[in-house]
Design a protein around this ligand. Structure first.
Ligand code: BG6
Length: 478
């Protein structure tokens, strides 16, 4: 097998989000956030995209898996010790905004919440693991959703500013790598988690969606500037969901359609956060959809001043598109679908497996932006079988990860500057799209089932030992 040269200091590790691992949803004065009202189960997506979604907890109707999640809140020491045993150099995690500002609009932060992340960062550093922190990972305070209408409301920008100032000041000696909004572009398809509101009516989605985006871009620029001022030497990136878009065939109609899908979904947000200005193609889009952005004096200058240092992105799959498509052709995917690609196999959840797509993604992003890239999510959601002797043979996961790491190795040979790789769900957790525990990504198995039962005991999978060798050999042993 070919061996690859990964740079010295490459940030190997794993990725998580507070709402999917922590639990303790009311502990330490934490306030409720969006993830706390997301029901479990495969119907989650349908409930969320239903215009009647009410952002409330109905214990008589649903089970809420994020409330306890995998109890990282109490078990972080044990989990970090396991990450250290694998040799992690980096651990991507998020801070739950509602631990720091329980409602979101307070003027003073919650000391208990701040102290919790102090302990987590100290534990990571004790093991020589660098925290990579997402500031907002689908965890907006529920109060800001229900009382302010989410990111549609300009006031949220100043609440966010207070939040970032609090965490940068508190953790300035502990956290060097930051990212602003997780998968910021996902709000174009599913605004609930990222933008904090649901679309009541398909025709009315454009104005509020893009106004909310403008506020997030301003907030992101404020965060970047504050980070640079408060923590000299820190690096702060954007984070996008990137699935390269392929045209189904060489029909120029389809090629143009695929290009436009790519511009809007893959590049629009990153263009603003990286280049500091709205891309040209959005002018026509805004006009055609009667979008009239309310831009305050100084906003456009701020966007220019607050451009990011690197691009973090998630890659699970590519996407194939065609202008006219039938329901039968549709494929499932990570928030966005497309149509089935006849050359690719898919996971049990219908996500198509395409390692070359990762090399394509890296090339496209680097060609466009010439900024360091960080693969902060990639992984294989699968059903795992716990054998009688306690072992888990997840060779399918190893195959997936190996091929994707090889694609990164190829991209490094292509000349691309890649900072690291934190695979998604290094420990089993609640799935974001379906609220299932049985959709597992981890190197570490967690005994927790879809009905909420389970001891929460951790077990090492076969992939645990494989990844340990990958890291120890700096990517030579795959
Ligand atoms: C990404 C999200 O879209 O995909 C994560 O940033 C999420 O939060 C991951 O968990 C995998 O998706 P899922 O639905 O399988 O958990």
């Amino acid at each position: 097998m070919k061996t690859y040269q990964f740079p010295e200091g490459f940030l190997w590790g794993g990725a998580t989000a507070a709402n999917q691992i922590e639990g303790g949803f009311k502990e330490g004065n934490k306030g409720l956030n969006i993830a706390d009202v997301l029901p479990g189960g495969k119907e989650r997506y349908n409930i969320l995209t239903n215009p009647g979604f009410d952002f409330a907890i109905h214990p008589d109707q649903h089970f809420y898996p994020n409330h306890e999640a995998i109890d990282f809140y109490h078990r972080y020491k044990e989990d970090i010790a396991l990450f250290a045993e694998m040799g992690f150099k980096a651990f991507r995690m998020s801070i739950a905004w509602t631990r720091i500002f329980p409602k979101g609009d307070e003027t003073e932060p919650n000391e208990e919440g701040l102290a919790f992340y102090d302990k987590v960062f100290d534990e990571l550093h004790k093991h020589g693991i660098e925290p990579v922190v997402t500031i907002s990972h689908y965890e907006m305070p529920l109060h800001l959703v229900n009382e302010y209408g989410g990111w549609r409301n300009r006031k949220v920008v100043s609440f966010f500013e207070r939040y970032v100032n609090a965490i940068f000041n508190r953790y300035k000696h502990k956290v060097k790598y930051w990212m602003t909004f997780n998968e910021i572009n996902s709000g174009l398809v599913m605004p609930i988690q990222g933008l904090g509101f649901s679309i009541q009516n398909e025709q009315d989605k454009y104005q509020p969606t893009f106004q909310a985006y403008h506020h997030q871009f301003v907030a992101s620029a404020i965060a970047v500037k504050a980070c640079h001022e408060i923590i000299p030497g820190a690096e702060i990136g954007c984070m996008i969901l990137f699935a390269p878009v392929y045209s189904f065939d060489s029909n120029p109609e389809n090629v143009m359609y695929a290009l436009q899908e790519e511009q809007l979904f893959n590049y629009f947000c990153a263009d603003v956060q990286v280049r500091g200005e709205y891309p040209a193609f959005m002018k026509r889009y805004f006009k055609e959809h009667q979008i009239d952005l309310q831009i305050e004096d100084g906003d456009l200058e701020l966007l220019k001043e607050g451009t990011v240092d690197y691009i973090g992105f998630s890659y699970y799959m590519s996407r194939t598109e065609k202008k006219e498509k039938s329901d039968e052709e549709a494929s499932q995917g990570n928030i966005i679908g497309g149509i089935k690609n006849p050359f690719l196999k898919a996971s049990d959840w219908g996500w198509e497996i395409d390692p070359i797509g990762l090399r394509i993604a890296l090339n496209k992003l680097y060609d466009r932006y010439q900024l360091p890239l960080f693969v902060v999510e990639n992984g294989f959601g699968a059903y795992d079988k716990l054998e009688d002797d306690g072992s888990i043979h997840d060779d399918y996961r190893i195959d997936y990860l190996r091929e994707h790491i090889q694609a990164i190795g190829e991209a490094i040979e292509d000349g691309i500057d890649i900072m690291g790789y934190t695979s998604w769900g290094c420990i089993d957790m609640v799935s974001m799209s379906t609220g299932e525990f049985s959709k597992r990504y981890g190197y570490i198995y967690v005994d927790k089932q879809d009905d909420g039962s389970g001891t929460l005991e951790r077990k090492k999978k076969q992939s645990f030992f494989w990844y340990k060798d990958v890291i120890a050999s700096n990517g030579k042993t795959l």
